[in-house]
Design a binder for this molecule. Structure first.
Ligand code: T4K
Length: 383
């Protein structure tokens, strides 16, 4: 059977890493090899933490080996136990970090516009066992931090934010990273600023920062074991990558904005295909191109569109489908509660993400628009 040639000869990935200044990166690698200092609070780690804290305007930044371990560290350092309320509409790492520590993730529904936790839905789930709220700034859109703080204050709960998507994004003009008791960023290869693997916990609480630093390195402080700890350290190679990548943060954001504008043009007028815009009056890193599909108007379901895009080598994603509450480790316990998460289920069925970043240019985006337009309009004509 002959296979049709895809539109793109090479696959276009969502999350193709941005590389930044290669020369600077290689200089740093040579330098750290010459110095023979590869991990354990090395100079690049310290510089990365300091530069990140300055960028975010936050007092403390504790770099870690990845965001999942960063969440675990923060959950434990904040003494979250029992039940913690969390969105189901997130990468499974958010829920896993709780479950891994024996804390029950209680899934709350999200706001249909922001895709982040709905404070009213959170409040309905508070029980005597609840110790905290774990919000996710999904796509870099800020949670309703004032609404969640209000619920937390009235019920004596800790607030942690999963800010894996949110570097360089603001809430009322202030950088995310400054809210709740702590926030956790990801510097995974697929994030627009990356350290190959990496993460960072930010907080304005001095005692919490000291505890996180101890816990990150076996509970050690000045050579003494003062706490139960683990090994969550970021090594020097990752820190050098993170630092170099962070130096290009403005360029990466500028490129993401240009790509977003190109998608706005390319997708305009395609029936049933709506591009999500970042919130007005806020700074956004624009690192995810998120499209909502209305199957009735597009003449195709989201899944059909994704399958056809893949045939053209556009490897669109279906983050975060299914929601965590429908995933094997959590399904039975969630079903037993009889609760429904209609907004989450709706988003899980309708959203897709398209390639952006420095590996994609405006002409590729125009072609993706043509492919999508032909699929949606062609189908309607056929109907
Ligand atoms: N919280 C939230 C809300 C998150 O979204 C995530 C991670 C976390 C917490 C946990 O953060 P970390 O512990 O990872 O620091 C990706 C990422 O693996 C994952 O980190 C990310 N969220 C999630 C949203 O997306 P996938 O399923 O897209 O697959 P992946 O990593 O294989 O990469 C996607 C595509 O990118 C591949 O098709 C090929 C391309 N790619 C990937 C890598 C790793 C490259 O071209 N080069 C590469 O080096 O998960």
């Amino acid at each position: 059977m002959s296979r049709r040639t895809p539109h793109f000869a090479e696959p276009l990935h969502v999350g193709r890493p941005n590389i930044g200044d290669r020369e600077r990166l290689l200089e740093r690698f040579i330098d750290l090899l010459d110095r023979r200092w590869l991990t354990n609070d090395g100079p690049y780690l310290q510089e990365f933490e300091q530069r990140l804290a300055e960028y975010l305007g936050v007092r403390h930044c504790v770099a870690v080996c990845n965001a999942t371990i960063g969440l675990e560290l923060a959950i434990r350092a904040l003494d979250m136990t029992g039940e913690v309320i969390v969105p189901s509409f997130t990468f499974p790492a958010t829920a896993h970090a709780l479950a891994w520590l024996g804390v029950t993730p209680v899934f709350a529904d999200v706001d249909p516009t922001t895709h982040t936790l709905d404070p009213a839905a959170v409040e309905r789930l508070v029980t005597p066992r609840t110790t905290g709220i774990l919000g996710v700034h999904v796509w870099g859109r800020s949670c309703d931090v004032a609404g969640l703080d209000d619920v937390a204050e009235r019920h004596g709960l800790k607030v942690l934010y999963d800010a894996a998507h949110a570097l360089g994004c603001t809430q009322r003009g202030q950088m995310l990273g400054n809210f709740g008791d702590a926030e956790v960023f990801s510097f995974h290869a697929t994030k627009f600023v990356n350290a190959a693997e990496g993460g960072a916990i930010t907080t304005n609480d001095d005692d919490l920062a000291a505890r996180l630093r101890r816990m990150r390195a076996f509970g050690l402080e000045r050579g003494e074991v003062c706490d139960v700890g683990t090994n969550a350290k970021m090594n020097e190679l990752s820190a050098a990558m993170g630092l170099t990548s962070l130096e290009s943060v403005d360029d990466f954001i500028a490129r993401n904005r240009i790509n977003l504008a190109a998608y706005e043009r390319a997708l305009a007028g395609i029936p049933g295909v709506r591009l999500l815009s970042p919130p007005p009056f806020e700074q956004s890193n624009c690192q995810y191109i998120v499209v909502e599909v209305e199957a009735r108007d597009a003449g195709q379901t989201r899944d059909q569109l994704v399958a056809k895009l893949h045939e053209e080598n556009v490897l669109a994603k279906k983050y975060f489908s299914p929601g965590c509450h429908r995933m094997e480790p959590y399904r039975a316990a969630h079903e037993a509660t009889g609760r429904r998460l209609p907004q989450t289920d709706r988003l899980c069925d309708r959203l897709l993400q398209l390639p952006t970043g420095t590996a994609v240019d405006e002409s590729m985006i125009a072609s993706i628009g043509t492919i999508l337009g032909n699929l949606a309009i062609g189908r309607r004509r056929a109907a």
